[in-house]
Design a protein around this ligand. Structure first.
Ligand SMILES: Cc1cc2nc3c(=O)[nH]c(=O)nc-3n(C[C@H](O)[C@H](O)[C@H](O)COP(=O)(O)OP(=O)(O)OC[C@H]3O[C@@H](n4cnc5c(N)ncnc54)[C@H](O)[C@@H]3O)c2cc1C
Length: 402
C-alpha cells in the first residue's frame, strides 16, 4: 500500500480532494501501529497518515479540557498534562508501539480505567474531521457544557476510519489522584465474581476492577489462579486505608459465609508497581497470534472466564462493563475454538471481535472479524451519507460482516 504523509492540514486536505476526484480508496491512519487489525481493507487503498498533525493545541486546566492534533501520541499528551497535575483517564498503549490520540478514538476501545472514568467516547467534547470529499467539518465544542446538535463524537468513536479522517480532538481531562493503592485478589471465580458485585454496588468507586483468568495472572508473574485487580484512588490516604480495610473485611465475611477452602488471597501492590504489571500484560498480548475483543454483560464475566473454550488463552475483562480482551498463540487456541467462543459470547448476551488472527491455512478463509450487527442497515445508511463513493477503509465497516 502507498503511504502518504502530508506535511500539514492544508496538504492533507488537498490530498483528500485529489483522492475524491479520482474516487480512489484510502485508509485514514495515525501512527500506523495497528492498521492491520480487523478485516482486510482493499489492497488498492492508499494509507493517508495524519502523523504530522502533532501537538497539544490548547490546554485549559481550569476547565479540565485539552485540544490536541489527531496525530499526537497519547503519551505526549499525558506528559504535557502531567505538568499541570492532570491526565486523560485512559490506559497507556499496549507494547512498544506508540499510538496516536486520533487512532485511539477511531478504534473506540478502552482498557480497565473505563471502570471509573467511562470509555474514550465519553471523554470527547469536540472533533474536527476531514470528510471524504475534503470538506473540513466540526462537531461539539471546546467546553464541558456543550451546545446541542448531532453527537458526532459518539459516531466517530469506534468508526475505524470508515467515516472520515479525524484531525483534531477536544477531550475532558481529570486531576491525577494524589493517592493510589491496589489490591490483587486471587481465588475461585464465583467468589471473585461475588466480591466484584459487592464492589460495584458499594460506594468505593475503584479506578479499575479487572477480572482475569489463571493464564492472565500467570503472564503477569503471579500464581496461576483467577485474579481480581482492584485499583483505588483518592485525594486522601486515610480514606484509601479505610477502603482497603473494608474490602479485606468483606472478603473475609464472604469466605466465612461460604466456607470456601482455600479462600481468597489478598496482596497489596505499591502504587508504582501497578503500571509495570499492566505493561507486562500488554507486552504479552502484542506478541500473541490471536487478539480478541470479548464483551459480555457484567454479571456473566465469571461464566465466560470459566468456559472451556478459553483454555489456552489469557483473558481479562473490565468487571464493571464486561468488556475485555483475550489473546493466545496459534497452537494454544485452534480456530474452531475461537468460533465456539464467539457462539458462547452470543449465548451469554455479548459478542466477540477478532482484532488479529494467524494467517489462515492455504485455501481457508479468515475468521470474520465481526458479524453483522442488528443495526447493519442503519450503519450502512450512515456510511453512504459520509462516504458516498465508498472510498474510506473499503472492506472494513464495524458492524458489517464481509
Ligand atoms: C481493548 C483495547 C483497549 C485499548 N486501549 C488503549 C488505551 O487505553 N490506550 C491506547 O493508547 N491504546 C489503546 N488501545 C490501542 C488503540 O485502540 C489503537 O489501536 C491505537 O491507539 C492506534 O494508534 P495509531 O495511531 O497507531 O493508529 P493506526 O494503527 O494508524 O490506526 C488504527 C485505526 O484507526 C484508524 N485511524 C487512525 N487514525 C485516524 C484518524 N486520524 N482519523 C480516522 N481514523 C483513524 C485507522 O483507519 C485504523 O482503523 C487499545 C486496544 C484495545 C484492543
Amino acid at each position: 500500500m502507498t503511504v502518504l504523509v502530508p506535511e500539514s492540514l492544508r496538504a492533507l486536505q488537498e490530498q483528500v480532494r485529489t483522492l475524491h476526484a479520482e474516487a480512489a480508496p484510502w485508509l485514514p491512519a495515525g501512527l500506523g501501529s495497528r492498521l492491520t487489525w480487523g478485516p482486510a481493507v482493499s489492497q488498492a487503498s492508499a494509507v493517508l497518515s495524519c502523523r504530522n498533525l502533532r501537538g497539544v493545541l490548547a490546554h485549559n486546566p481550569g476547565d479540565f479540557t485539552v485540544t490536541v492534533a489527531a496525530g499526537t501520541p497519547l503519551l505526549e499528551v499525558q506528559e504535557a498534562l502531567a505538568h499541570h497535575g492532570q491526565w486523560l483517564s485512559l490506559d497507556a498503549p499496549w507494547g512498544e508501539a506508540p499510538g496516536s490520540i486520533g487512532g485511539l478514538v477511531a478504534r473506540g476501545l478502552s482498557g480497565g480505567y473505563r471502570q471509573r472514568y467511562l470509555g474514550v467516547r465519553d471523554q470527547l467534547l469536540g472533533v474536527q474531521l476531514l470528510r471524504s470529499d475534503g470538506v473540513l467539518a466540526r462537531a461539539g465544542g471546546k467546553v464541558v457544557k456543550n451546545v446541542a446538535g448531532y453527537d458526532l463524537m459518539r459516531l466517530i468513536s469506534g468508526s475505524w476510519g470508515s467515516l472520515g479522517l479525524i484531525t483534531e480532538l477536544t477531550l475532558r481531562t481529570q486531576p491525577i489522584p494524589p493517592q493510589r493503592r491496589c489490591l490483587l485478589i486471587q481465588g475461585e471465580l464465583p467468589l471473585l465474581q461475588q466480591l466484584c458485585r459487592w464492589l460495584r454496588d458499594s460506594s468505593l468507586s475503584p479506578e479499575r476492577l479487572d477480572l482475569g483468568n489463571a493464564r492472565w495472572a500467570a503472564e503477569a508473574g503471579l500464581s496461576p489462579q483467577p485474579l481480581l485487580l482492584v485499583a483505588l484512588a483518592s485525594i486522601d490516604a486515610a480514606t484509601l486505608a479505610e477502603q482497603i480495610t473494608c474490602i479485606r473485611g468483606q472478603a473475609q465475611q464472604m469466605e466465612q459465609a461460604l466456607g470456601t477452602e482455600p479462600g481468597l488471597t489478598l496482596e497489596e501492590l505499591q502504587a508504582n508497581e501497578l503500571e509495570p504489571l499492566l505493561a507486562a500484560q500488554r507486552g504479552c498480548n502484542t506478541q500473541a497470534d490471536w487478539l480478541l475483543r470479548l464483551v459480555v454483560p457484567p454479571a456473566q464475566c465469571a461464566t465466560l472466564l470459566a468456559s472451556g473454550e478459553l483454555q489456552g488463552a489469557a483473558v481479562v475483562l473490565a468487571a464493571g462493563s464486561g468488556c475485555g480482551d483475550g489473546w493466545a498463540q496459534t497452537g494454544a487456541l485452534p480456530r474452531h475454538r475461537v468460533e465456539a467462543l464467539r457462539r458462547r459470547c452470543h449465548a451469554l448476551g455479548g459478542h466477540l471481535s477478532v482484532l488479529r488472527q494467524p494467517q489462515p491455512a492455504t485455501g481457508a478463509a479468515a475468521v470474520p472479524a465481526w458479524l453483522d450487527a442488528p443495526s447493519r442497515p442503519l450503519i450502512e445508511a450512515v456510511k453512504r451519507q459520509f462516504d458516498p463513493l465508498q472510498q474510506l477503509a473499503r472492506g472494513r465497516l464495524p458492524g458489517v460482516a464481509g
